[in-house]
Design a protein around this ligand. Structure first.
Ligand code: ATP
Length: 305
């Protein structure tokens, strides 16, 4: 195979708890992860020998060319796509180069794991393109060195995530529902949020075990009643627009609404599509969010197209 295309889906956190800050600075989390039907599209193509410069041919670095339709996202070594591809190509000593084209649709710095899911798609994509035969566990082990959410993105669907994000347990998908996803026009750094979180003095912890039980029972009410995210204590305080969007979503008929990950994206869960669509119109009109989607839960993080 010379070329292939994969979708890289975004995630939301139906529940996010932080148990403690470890001495090494990492935070121990307990989260319910859920893939949603908002995705980037990555195309992978093997570079032919004649496309490489003499310098590239003699270089010990892997040849990775990234092209993107996004205005500001750097296509250099800082891109998680590059980091994931370089790791695979070094370990498997892949000599031929690769061109990776990214159609970016997932909001950036949003709490939706946009970079992590692109990296996960790279593991899947290069595994197929170069017929490497990597197992999901092998990919997850490599993925966690790129980012804590990457192992989950390699797996996708609904999962309990523990440790720093590398201990994953598959859960049943939630019952069908409609989601309104809205990102206000601010970018939030995950690092800033965790650095300002007071993990040891949190007065509230969401009932993650109860939510896992509700997923097993297939109870949408059991899920929406338990939605909670301790990172809101930092991001919502900094950006009051997050609380306003949540309020507006609920006023417009959401069962519940929550910030995803470190934010600032907010999602609302609706039983009926028409109500979600109406809420979309209301939010658009209010101008509180720049990027707004009506979407659904999805089953996996990276799909062949
Ligand atoms: P998370 O939910 O995992 O915290 P996020 O949605 O908050 O992720 P990302 O969109 O993954 O954040 O981006 C965080 C930063 O990573 C951005 O500022 C961006 O410059 C950088 N980055 C590197 N590669 C990518 C990529 N392929 N897509 C998006 N961002 C990337």
């Amino acid at each position: 195979m010379e070329q292939l295309t994969r979708k890289a889906y975004a995630k939301i956190n139906l529940g996010l708890d932080v148990l403690r800050r470890r001495p090494d600075g990492y935070h121990e989390v307990k989260m319910i992860m859920q893939t949603v039907d908002i995705y980037d599209t990555l195309t992978f193509r093997k570079l032919e020998e004649r496309e490489l410069s003499e310098k590239e041919k003699s270089s010990t670095e892997p040849v990775i060319r990234i092209y993107s339709d996004h205005e500001t996202l750097p296509c250099n070594k800082s891109n998680l796509i590059y980091k994931a591809a370089a790791l695979v190509m070094k370990i498997y000593e892949i000599k031929s180069g690769v061109a990776i084209t990214l159609e970016k649709r997932i909001p950036i710095a949003a709490g939706m794991a946009g970079g992590s899911t692109d990296a996960a798609a790279v593991f899947h994509g290069l595994n197929e393109l170069f017929e490497l035969g990597m197992s999901p566990d092998e990919m997850k082990g490599m993925g966690v060195t790129i980012g804590a959410d990457v192992p989950y993105c390699i797996m996708g669907g609904t999962a309990l995530s523990e440790g720093i994000g590398e201990i994953l347990t598959r859960l049943p998908a939630p019952p069908k529902a409609y989601l309104l996803v809205a990102k206000p026009d601010i970018n939030v750094s995950t690092k800033f949020v965790y650095e300002n979180l007071h993990a040891d003095t949190l007065s509230y912890h969401p009932d993650i075990d109860g939510m896992a039980a509700a997923l097993k029972e297939g109870s949408l009410k059991g899920i929406t009643d338990r939605m909670g995210n301790v990172l809101e204590t930092v991001t919502e305080k900094e950006y009051p627009v997050i609380a306003r969007i949540k309020e507006e979503m609920k006023k417009a008929g959401a069962e519940n609404a929550l910030m995803s990950g470190s934010g600032p994206t907010v999602f609302g869960i609706y039983r009926q599509k028409e109500i979600a669509q109406k809420a979309y119109g209301i939010l658009k009109e209010q101008g509180l969010a720049k990027q707004i989607f009506v979407t659904e839960f999805a089953a996996s993080c990276t799909d062949e197209r």
